[in-house]
Design a protein. Structure first.
Ligand SMILES: Nc1ncnc2c1ncn2[C@@H]1O[C@H](COP(=O)(O)OP(=O)(O)OP(=O)(O)O)[C@@H](O)[C@H]1O
Ligand SMILES: Nc1ncnc2c1ncn2[C@@H]1O[C@H](COP(=O)(O)OP(=O)(O)OP(=O)(O)O)[C@@H](O)[C@H]1O
Ligand SMILES: [Mg+2]
Ligand SMILES: [Mg+2]
Lengths: 324, 335
């Protein structure tokens, strides 16, 4: 299988001030991530707030340089492509449909801007493409001359999607595309993303805190913890039996609307990791219910499990590998 | 169970450029001690204004009226501003989505917690301090005494929300109103905060009015649920009943919109509620959900629709028969 996107051992650190009169310190936001995405896949990216999902996404978009490691798109180094070419082939969709649209431009102008920037077609051709795009995402044509403030939240997110897709990108990276929306609007956007995937043969990377959304859309899921992918599995395998203790805690916190289920016991303690001073050994060990002494000393490496891998010493033990 | 909070026919109007916005249009609800009522509905349906009306914290321009509004038998509709401020401190407290709306960035955590008590009760500062430490530990903050000197910006979002909960508990309120307290947090922290809130509510037998638009949260914490649409309650009843056998098409619509692994196949189309909410600045004749309703009968639905009680604690605002009375399925289960 040829990979559309491949990241190998990618790191990204930031220099942050250590506080008054303290020296600046290094924060590893992404700490050695490898992943690959094949054409037509939907890769879900989940994990605790601050674990590095958006930082990774920005690197995969080419909007942020990795400190180390290498990212290839369609077989070529991402950094080698010029900015315009990258933007044509990889497009983001962001969380907030309010702040990502220019309030002083009309809907048609916003959707058509990428065509202008890339010098595609003449005015009439651009107009035609914009109309086509509005039909595609289900925006009534009468909104062409409206302004963002005149649209509902769901319509604004459609505008953002129409703009992202007008150059027919191959890869779309969506960072929390529906978390600012009501469920009734969310379902419209999710249906739209699924339809467009079929119609345009798109590949998605989908970042979300909503695991039901990820389970619904993704074909494969990567779980991040403190800058690393700690488990990556086919969606069915992960949700049937997550192997990394962090993935399990995450899944057990999901509140599906099941009136007879009650509140889950809060699975993780309060020992939030400090990214400036990550724990030794396995970064998850201070909060891990399954940790043994070795976990604080030895850094785990990926272990193959059905449908993917998990990075956990205990997953490597034969006893833990049996299914029940 | 005796009702702790009772609201009858609450109306909130707001002046806007186009005239008057009828944001809350005749809401009645009650909460017993030890009971959790969840208020759900989409953005703009009037959930927050309802809770602010109870707290007496509506925006200045808003006009509020009701037939009755009592807390533990005491009138909170016509109470003097001074008395209301005391009631707010002593008998009911509110937790907001964004903790920084209630935490003062310039004050230490300890100071703010102590003040919450000192303002309303005659106690010595040392006692207030002891209670602050006690409650910080209750909400799961370890080494509480050493946290008192910290400032809000030194805490993570999840910890700040815990401090907010501790602050709401300082005076030992009978009613807690929580307006989307976990919406901004990720799922593991959300689960911790909800667990905590429910445990404390049971321990102190408080009434809890919990506002959310997450039906997953409702199903896990609510005793009863009230579904709001365009300023009205359109369905209410025991949460398990309403979520498993909704009677109102809007409730059904909301449930159909959410991906439900195991129930909805992966990648299958999700339900939608086409259309938009009606403009609340105008007059709404008949059912407010009419234009978006898949089961509408236009000639019948243009009349005002009453909230119909079913006798089992459930009620809904629709002319359709209740879901249970629907025509029998192909194989009648209880023949
Ligand atoms: N420009 C920056 N300078 C300093 N630190 C940063 C910068 N950008 C991100 N970080 C830090 O890097 C870590 C990862 O942040 P990131 O935004 O990627 O997390 P995330 O997984 O997207 O979180 P969320 O779910 O809350 O969006 C965090 O600790 C964050 O504070
Ligand atoms: N201060 C105000 N001035 C004018 N209109 C207001 C004001 N506050 C709220 N509204 C309007 O009143 C209606 C109800 O608002 P409210 O905040 O109660 O909604 P909500 O159900 O809490 O929504 P959300 O889920 O988005 O928080 C909305 O249409 C809102 O725009
Ligand atoms: Mg992010
Ligand atoms: Mg609100």
């Amino acid at each position: 299988m040829t990979m559309l996107l491949e990241a190998r051992d990618v790191y990204r650190s930031f220099q942050v001030s250590g506080g008054l009169l303290r020296p600046r310190r290094t924060l590893f936001a992404v700490n050695g991530v490898s992943l690959s995405v094949a054409k037509g896949e939907v890769l879900g990216l989940v994990g605790e707030s601050g674990c590095g999902k958006s930082t990774l996404a920005r690197m995969l978009l080419g909007a942020l340089e990795p400190s180390r490691g290498d990212i290839r798109f369609a077989g070529r180094p991402l950094a080698a492509a010029d900015r315009l070419e990258r933007a044509r082939r990889i497009q983001p969709i962001f969380q907030d449909p309010y702040s990502s649209l220019n309030p002083r431009k009309t809907i048609a102008a916003i959707i058509g801007l990428p065509l202008l920037v890339h010098g595609v077609g003449d005015a009439a051709e651009r107009r035609r493409r914009v109309t086509e795009q509005m039909d595609l995402v289900g925006l009534p044509r009468r909104h062409a001359d409206s302004y963002p403030s005149q649209l509902s939240g769901g319509q604004r997110q459609r505008v953002a999607i129409a703009r992202a897709l007008i150059l027919r990108p191959e890869l779309v990276i969506a960072d929390e595309p529906t978390s600012a929306l009501d469920v009734s609007v969310q379902s419209q956007i999710l249906n739209l993303l699924l339809d467009l995937r079929d119609e345009l043969g798109l590949t998605y990377i989908l970042i979300s805190h909503n695991l039901a959304v990820v389970e619904h859309l993704a074909t494969r899921v990567a779980v991040m913890y403190l800058g690393r992918i700690v488990e990556e599995r086919d969606t069915d395998n992960l949700f049937a039996q997550a192997r990394h203790p962090y993935s399990r805690a995450l899944l057990s916190s999901v509140l599906t609307p099941d009136p007879f289920a009650g509140m889950p016991e809060a699975p993780l303690g309060l020992a939030f990791p400090n990214p400036l001073d990550p724990p030794s050994g396995c970064a998850f060990h201070p909060r891990c219910p399954a940790a043994v002494a070795d976990c604080s000393r030895t850094r785990p490496t990926p272990v193959a499990v059905d449908g993917g891998f998990a990075e956990c010493l205990r997953c490597a033990e034969p006893a833990a590998a049996t299914r029940h | 169970m005796s009702a702790l909070l009772e609201i009858e026919d609450l109306v909130v109007d707001l002046p806007v450029a186009a005239g008057t916005l009828h944001a809350v249009r005749g809401i009645s609800l009650s909460i017993a001690r030890g009971e959790t009522l969840c208020l759900v509905g989409e953005s703009g349906c009037g959930k927050s204004l309802t809770s602010l009306a109870v707290m007496g914290l509506l925006p200045k321009a808003a006009r509020r009226r009701a037939t009755r509004m009592t807390l533990g038998g005491e009138d909170i509709l016509d109470a003097t501003p001074d008395r209301l401020s005391d009631i707010r401190g002593q008998r009911m407290a509110m937790i907001f989505q964004e903790p920084m709306t209630s935490l003062n960035p310039a004050w230490s955590i300890g100071n703010q917690l102590e003040e919450a008590l000192l303002r309303h009760r005659r106690v010595r500062r040392a006692e207030a301090r002891d209670r602050a430490v006690f409650l910080l530990e209750k909400v799961g903050i370890s080494a509480a005494a050493s946290r008192l000197g910290q400032y809000p910006h030194q805490l993570s979002g999840g910890l700040r929300q815990r401090v907010m909960i501790a602050m709401a508990l300082m005076c030992g309120p009978e009613l807690i109103i929580a307006d989307e307290p976990t919406t901004a947090l990720d799922v593991t922290i959300q689960a911790q905060i909800l667990r905590l809130l429910i445990d404390l509510q049971r321990e102190f037998s408080m009434g809890l009015l919990f506002i959310t638009h997450d039906l997953g949260v409702v199903s896990r914490i609510a005793d009863r649920v009230a579904v709001m649409y365009a300023g009205e309650i359109v369905e209410t009843g025991p949460a398990a009943d309403v979520l498993s056998r909704p009677n109102h098409p809007y409730t059904q619509g909301l449930l159909d919109c959410i991906p439900r692994p195991g129930t909805v196949a992966r990648g299958a189309r999700l339900g939608t509620i086409p259309g938009v909410v009606p403009n609340l600045a105008g007059r709404i004749e008949g059912c407010a959900f009419l234009d978006r309703c898949p089961s509408r009968r236009p000639h019948l639905c243009r009349q005002p629709v009453e909230l119909r009680g079913l006798g089992d604690g459930r009620a809904y605002r629709c002319i359709l028969p209740p879901a249970d009375a629907a025509p029998p399925a192909p194989e009648p289960a209880f023949a």
